[in-house]
Structures are given as structure tokens and as C-alpha cells.
Design a protein around this ligand. Structure first.
Ligand code: B4P
Length: 187
């Protein structure tokens, strides 16, 4: 089963496509955004801490995320996995390399979804209205997330490109077409 990493800015469709590919290949997805939102909903100490960062459009500290992902990767490695929303910083990417080495695993594809900023903002505002996600409700918070993406997450494109592992997909197409292109790369 493939092991996939999804990269891309907020609203690029990582969560959407991770869901679709997980269903298509019957494999687990590890979505750090979903895991954090579950902690927030359950009002755990970690959730209360994470909510402050998420509502401000900031990233949750690396140590929290690395611990969370480590537990998930250990669960059932033979089924493959899709990482959605992790890594999001260079320290997270470096920690993932170490983690996978220790677990005797590797990733098969790093898939970067490219979408222009104005489309991202429109998608996230629409989701804020439909689903009431607190970090999508306010345009200022969305713009902050894009700025944080450019500063902290975009450098991962060079990180994986330098390893010859990056594959780019145009995320500014219908969900069905994006899925088709992703599956063509993975198969
Ligand atoms: P995430 O939950 O990962 O969410 P996201 O980046 O905002 O969205 P994603 O790219 O998954 O977009 P989606 O498919 O949902 O992160 C939320 C927060 O959690 C972060 O800001 C951060 O605070 C924290 N966090 C998570 N991981 C972290 C980490 N590793 N380190 C530190 N902090 C972390 O799509 C968005 C919308 O667009 C949806 O409404 C969807 O229906 C629509 N859409 C998708 N594809 C489309 C298409 N092709 N056409 C039209 N609309 C489309």
C-alpha cells in the first residue's frame, strides 16, 4: 500500500483529497488538523492549548504534532498511510525523516497541491460560512494562515524537491480531476 504525504497551502484540498484517496485505496489517513480538532472538541488539555494557536491562524508547536504523528504511524504500517497536514515546518519534516528511519518505513510520494491565493481565500471563507469552522470564519485569520504557510511550510517544497521526491498537481480544478491526477501519479 502506498505511503503518501500531501503538501499545499490552507484550503488547497489536502483534507478533501486525503479523504478521497483513503476511500479509493482503503487505507488510513492521518490528518493532523482533524486530530487537533478532535482534541479541541473533547476539551482535553492538549485541545485547549491547540485551540489558541488554531484560532489565531498560527501553527501548533512542533513537539505536540511530532508526538501525535508518531503514535499514528506505529498503528498499522502494512496498510500504508496518507499524511494530510503534516509536516508543516522544516523541523517537522526532519523529525519525520528520523521517525520513519526508526520505524523502518519510507514514503512513496510527496504530492504538492498548487492553488492561487485568491481561490484559497474564497474556498476557506465559503467553508467558514457552511461549516462554521472557527479558523475559517474571519478573513484576517485566513490571510494570517497564508502568511504562516509562506514562511514556515512553503520551504518544504525545496526540501522535498532537493531530495527528488516532490510531485506537483494543479489543485485549481474540480475535485474529481484533482483526484484523477493524484491517482495517476500514485498508480
Ligand atoms: P488543516 O485541517 O490541515 O486544514 P487546511 O490546511 O486549512 O485545509 P486543507 O488544505 O485540508 O483544505 P480542504 O481540503 O479542507 O489545518 C487547520 C489548522 O490546524 C492549521 O491552521 C494549524 O493551526 C493546525 N495544524 C494542522 N496540522 C498542523 C501541523 N502539522 N503543525 C502545526 N499546526 C497544525 O479544502 C478547503 C475547502 O475547499 C473545503 O471547503 C473544500 O470543500 C474546498 N475544496 C477542496 N478542493 C476543492 C476543489 N478542487 N474545488 C473547489 N473547492 C475545493
Amino acid at each position: 500500500m502506498p505511503r503518501l504525504i500531501f503538501l499545499g497551502p490552507p484550503g488547497a484540498g489536502k483534507g478533501t483529497q486525503a479523504e478521497r484517496l483513503a476511500a479509493a485505496y482503503h487505507m488510513p489517513k492521518i490528518s493532523t488538523g482533524d486530530l487537533l480538532r478532535a482534541e479541541v472538541k473533547a476539551q482535553t488539555p492538549l485541545g485547549s492549548q491547540a485551540k489558541v494557536y488554531m484560532d489565531a491562524g498560527e501553527l501548533v508547536p512542533d513537539a505536540v504534532l511530532v508526538g501525535m504523528v508518531k503514535g499514528q504511524l506505529q498503528k498499522s504500517p502494512e496498510q500504508g498511510w496518507i499524511l494530510d497536514g503534516f509536516p508543516r515546518t522544516l523541523p517537522q519534516a526532519e523529525a519525520l525523516e528520523e521517525l520513519l528511519k526508526d520505524l523502518g518505513q519510507d514514503y512513496d510520494h510527496v504530492l504538492n497541491l498548487d492553488v492561487p491565493d485568491q481561490v484559497l481565500v474564497a474556498r476557506l471563507l465559503a467553508r467558514g460560512q457552511e461549516q462554521g469552522r472557527s479558523d475559517d470564519a474571519d478573513e484576517a485569520v485566513i490571510l494570517k494562515r497564508l502568511e504562516v504557510y509562506r514562511q514556515q511550510t512553503a520551504p518544504l517544497i525545496d526540501f522535498y524537491e532537493a531530495k527528488g521526491r516532490l510531485q506537483r498537481v494543479n489543485g485549481n480544478q474540480s475535485m474529481e480531476l484533482v483526484q484523477e491526477h493524484l491517482q495517476a501519479l500514485v498508480q
